[in-house]
Design a protein around this ligand. Structure first.
Ligand SMILES: [Zn+2]
Length: 321
């Protein structure tokens, strides 16, 4: 009998952990706050506690678990388990993998969260069975990953692929990364919130900004989706603009990578999927070459919030556990 896995999605605000069985079913889940402000040791301790709680809940011993797999934000050397840099947890050249192996007594494999999500969709989700895949996840930030010829592409120093920071307009709005006119600066949640605010300032009526996400001061994806469905003109116009710029970014990627399948996922996409997907598809012919576009199957994420958890299992298997 095969062993089970513990899979984790370690984010800047939440640590999600789950026990996954041999048939890739999620059996138990544990969620904790990351609290990176308390320091890296405290974060490590909570990751280890998540593993312990999962074992306890599932009534399992360490010997029942093949390995722990995790997706985390940042530039990560998966082979060595070292986080070279992370944008929202103060990890710099940080040996998270070796530290967690010591703390948990289990093999611990960690990869970039967005790449792990794409890996999940490729192995178990919407891109299963394909060899050339590109995925974009649109939420607070815009992330993406690329599978080339059945292999996740991460560049020469594990920093690939920052698809959300392709520059669509050199004189565009400033992005969190310091550049101007990135895809994220047009389609991330901060951009969406800025656009809504600007329309309201110019006289448009909308109650979209009444219930904000307190964590990052952006409009909630669910509220945006609800307003779009109710025909709120501000929400409809803003989503159309997001769809237009996403189509520009996706069109570039289709022309560059010629994928068989393109996956669109992430919090904003999931909440507004039935509206956003057709908008993107309507604008795509403006940007993608016809021959490329006819080759690609355009799909919504199948694993949704669990893409990173499934990807973590794929990551562990790819690394020999
Ligand atoms: Zn950027």
């Amino acid at each position: 009998m095969g062993k089970k896995h513990i899979v984790m999605d370690i984010g800047g605000s939440k640590i999600l952990g789950a026990v996954m069985d041999e048939d890739n079913r999620i059996l138990f889940r544990v969620k904790k706050k990351t609290r990176p402000d308390q320091g890296v040791e405290a974060v490590e301790k909570r990751i280890a506690e998540t593993v312990q709680e999962l074992l306890k809940q599932a009534g399992l011993q360490k010997s029942d678990i093949a390995a722990v797999g995790a997706g985390a934000p940042g530039v990560i050397d998966t082979e060595k388990g070292i986080i070279l840099f992370s944008p929202n947890i103060p990890w710099r050249d940080y040996p998270l993998g070796p530290n967690m192996e010591r703390a948990t007594g289990l093999p611990f494999v960690v990869g970039n969260d967005v790449n792990t999500g794409v890996l999940g969709e490729w192995k178990y989700g919407a891109a299963k069975g394909f060899s050339h895949v590109v995925g974009i996840f649109a939420g607070t930030g815009i992330g993406g990953g690329v599978i080339i010829d059945n292999k996740l592409f991460t560049g020469s120093r594990f920093a690939g692929t920052e698809l959300g920071h392709m520059i669509l307009n050199t004189e565009g709005p400033y992005c969190n990364c310091g550049q101007r006119g990135c895809l994220e600066a047009y389609t991330g949640k901060h951009a969406i919130t800025r656009e809504i605010r600007s329309m309201i300032v110019r006289g448009a009526k909308s109650n979209l900004l009444e219930s904000m996400d307190t964590e990052d001061a952006t409009v909630k994806s669910g509220a945006l989706a609800k307003a779009v469905k109710a025909g709120d003109p501000v929400a409809v116009a803003v989503l159309d603009r997001v769809g237009y710029y996403l189509a520009a970014g996706i069109g570039n990627l289709i022309n560059i990578f010629n994928p068989e399948v393109f996956i669109l996922g992430g919090g904003v996409t999931e909440a507004t999927e039935t509206e956003l997907m057709p908008i993107v598809q309507r604008y795509l012919p403006l940007f993608a070459w016809p021959a490329m576009l006819s080759d690609v199957s355009f799909r919504a994420s199948a694993l949704k919030d669990d893409a990173i958890l499934y990807g973590a299992k794929a990551l562990v298997l790819e690394n020999g556990h």
